[in-house]
Ligand binder design. Sequence first.
Ligand code: ADE
Ligand code: ZN
Length: 343
Amino acid sequence: MRLSPGAQMPPRLPLAELHCHIEGAASPRLVAELGDLQGIDVSDIVADNRFVWHDFSTFLGAYDRVAAVFREPEHYRLLAREHLTGLAAQGAIYAEIFISPDHAESAGLAPADYVAGLAAGLRDAEEDTGILARMIVVGIRHLGPDAVERAARFAVDLRHPLVTGFGLAGDERAGRPADFARAFDTAREAGLGLTAHAGEFCGPEAIAETLRALRPSRLGHGVRAVEDVALVRRIAQEGVTLEICPGSNLALGVYPGAAGHPLRALARAGCRVTVSSDDPTFFATDLAAEYGFAATQGFSEGERIGLTRTAIEAAFIDAQTRGRLEERLTLAALTLGAPGSKP
Ligand code: ADE
Ligand code: ZN
């Protein structure tokens, strides 16, 4: 099952996104154009203006191929600008993007140039629309602990003002959380915010192990915590924020249908939940559709504003930026006549 992107939501509901892989937001059109321009054949992964993949493993393979057409800082500037102006048009006031120095390097682009190109796109989008954005460097788990440590070192040494977090992405089924503890220690000591994918393809034990070994303040997905009542209670009590991506979960078959998705149940149990699009152009979704999904699960307008409030509370930003965003959110909520509440 897929969500339908588009205009299910009133246009000015203020939105925020914490979990989106930047190459997973590239439009098939842009990928085909860059492929043509550089003589890179992408005909097997772009067909009928869609990306071709069949399951999580083939998705990760298609993702790598898409990333390989972005070879210049200007390509990433264009991608970030398109992505963020698109989000702003849906009502987003804040967004974080996951960026992967390993993907840049595989395409022959120096990671520092990758970040410079993306940062230019972030600034363009802010000038065009007012949307604020930050970058989270991710290590790719299935490349192994050494690669993940190199990614953490890169994020720390770069000291870029728009790189404010470190995360773990890639195939959750590879390695054990403790294998990545050194990378997380490096990032934590440098003051970066921490998030890790867990509980999408692996179950509650993997989530508990991730929390123990890596101590992130946020979990990418984390939805399968719902299978363990004690773990749900712990996530709620400790205030760990869940970056929930319903459209991704449905497209990848983590849940067979909307009715079985645990977004509402986790919110009801007191967990701090947010919604995000993950890889929107692969999963035929967008952020407005994710908020629309929350509405279909019974989240009132005030509760949907609460999703944005939680995202801003959990964002990897300084206190002044958080204050500015909270003001914008409060103003937007008042305009809508809905002050915003937690589910
Ligand atoms: N890399 C890009 N998209 C991803 C996802 N949905 N899960 C894990 N790693 C990813
Ligand atoms: Zn993800």
